[in-house]
Design a protein around this ligand. Structure first.
Ligand SMILES: [Zn+2]
Length: 244
């Protein structure tokens, strides 16, 4: 069957059309971690028709994952998360390819995983992974979007490598205060995911301009979203030296 009808409603968005859809079809996106943020993000990429999605996530599903990890199901408790996420996306949209990797991004695999992608989504809870993906994306000249949240706040940063402020311009080292465990309501992580997905779709298709050189900040207590202007670090070892 033809899947063309799947995408007609988004092709109607001004500036989108079949040209942007074709760019999504030809895009490979890497999503690092498919938990509360990466899961809903990957779902939206699948719905939008991103042609190939690579999911990287280690570990099995635990009961306390299920308030936010919406690619998983109760039946999957104790089973590998990356396999469940892959199955969910394949069932949702058979028009796309989904590849999954049963480990988190690390020094051992980052260069290879980023090398396979055109667009890299960093959805990891740890700064070490986020900075590693940023470094590889800048080094290899790949579009990069970092999404992060804690409690009722979220941040998104979109980067066009070599042209705009990268994550390492802002954060030099993983902060000592950061704990692996932090408060999450699934609706907040899912909302931050959708902003990140949209910024990535803009980067790849060019149908609209992402908020480059700005940190998008969302406060879901006050229900306020703002863009914070960033200054690129001219001495940043990643975005200034690798990709220029
Ligand atoms: Zn930088």
């Amino acid at each position: 069957m033809s899947y063309e009808e799947y995408y007609t409603w988004q092709e109607d968005v001004p500036g989108f059309g079949k040209a942007a859809q074709e760019k999504l079809k030809n895009c490979t996106a890497l999503v690092s971690r498919v938990g509360g943020l990466g899961g809903p993000l990957a779902f939206s990429l699948a719905a939008a028709g991103v042609g190939r999605i690579i999911l990287a996530h280690g570990g099995e599903l635990r009961p306390d994952d299920l308030n936010r990890q919406i690619l998983m199901t109760h039946d999957g408790l104790g089973k590998l998360r990356h396999e469940q996420a892959t199955e969910t996306l394949r069932r949702f949209n058979p028009d796309i390819e989904v590849e999954s990797v049963g480990e988190n991004v690390s020094e051992d695999n980052a260069a290879d995983l980023v090398g396979k992608a055109d667009l890299v989504f960093s959805c990891a809870p740890l700064f070490e992974e986020r900075l590693l993906m940023n470094r590889e994306a800048m080094r290899q000249g790949k579009f990069f979007v970092d999404g992060a949240m804690c409690s009722m706040e979220g941040h998104v940063l979109a980067v066009r490598p070599g042209e705009s402020t990268c994550l390492s311009c802002l954060v030099k080292e993983p902060p000592a205060y950061w704990n692996r465990r932090f408060p999450v309501i699934g609706a907040v992580s899912a909302m931050v995911a959708q902003i990140a997905a949209l910024e990535g779709i803009k980067l790849v298709t060019g149908f609209a301009e992402p908020a480059l050189d700005h940190l998008i900040h969302v406060d879901t207590v006050a229900m306020r979203m703002k863009k914070v202007k960033l200054l690129r670090d001219p001495d940043c070892p990643y975005c200034s030296n690798f990709a220029s």
